[in-house]
Design a protein around this ligand. Sequence first.
Ligand SMILES: Nc1nc2c(ncn2[C@@H]2O[C@H](COP(=O)(O)OP(=O)(O)OP(=O)(O)O)[C@@H](O)[C@H]2O)c(=O)[nH]1
Ligand SMILES: [Mg+2]
Length: 246
Amino acid sequence: MPPVVPAGSLIVTDWHRNRESKEYFKRIFHNKKRRQFGLLEAPVMPPHLKVDNICYKIFISGKSGVGKTALAARLSGQEIPSVHYETTGIETTVVFWPVKLKQNGRVLFFRLLIWDCGDNALRRFDHMLPSCKEQVDAVLFLFSYTDRTSLEDVTSQIARVTDPSDRIVKLVVGTKFDLIMHADVSDDDVARFEEVSGLPVFSVGGDVTGGLGEVAPLLDSLTEHLWHQDCITAHSVPLSETAHTN
Ligand SMILES: Nc1nc2c(ncn2[C@@H]2O[C@H](COP(=O)(O)OP(=O)(O)OP(=O)(O)O)[C@@H](O)[C@H]2O)c(=O)[nH]1
Ligand SMILES: [Mg+2]
């Protein structure tokens, strides 16, 4: 299992709060809202701020209703549907996230292609899971704070989706953290799970306000783990020679 990378060891965390990052982060906004990127679109940078885009495939895994579609919307700054519409197939969302490397101050634009597959569709059609797993770089395993069985299910999801020998980044996300009145999972449960699984758990919940603070901890950690994984795979080969650069 890939190691957990301590926050801030490779990238500048919370860089969105830094004034110098403004020029980069404003490229993922349009009219003060997060810009929605099509599959072939990318932020346009002025020549003096030329940055590399590096692309990754991220799969969101979890029981039906746990909040996979809502998380994809949250990460891309879109509104979360208030009622549950089961996702009938695979939906993809593009999320761009600028990152500053600690080592050399270089800025990279991470392009995260998020794959969200409805859990019932995944179970009904055998070809869906292999498609989602194909060349995947990271998996976000979801549980809901309002459903204890969804946390217990994460271990079997990990076994179903990944192999102990693979180098896929794995993070766990607890959704519906805002529904504290209906909480069925305690802090102790989460701490125990983190200790046993060795995986970091992130908590999300509430409405999407479009502020970067609500997604930065998860996106910073995801990109930092992806970068770490790439450095290991490439044995510190310069970025221009790695497979993910375009
Ligand atoms: N309050 C609150 N509601 C949430 C949160 N995340 C998701 N929901 C709600 O939970 C319901 C189900 O969320 P979805 O994202 O559609 O669930 P899903 O995992 O995509 O489900 P399938 O597509 O059937 O596999 C929706 O009504 C969401 O509004 C959250 O963090 N807080
Ligand atoms: Mg869905």
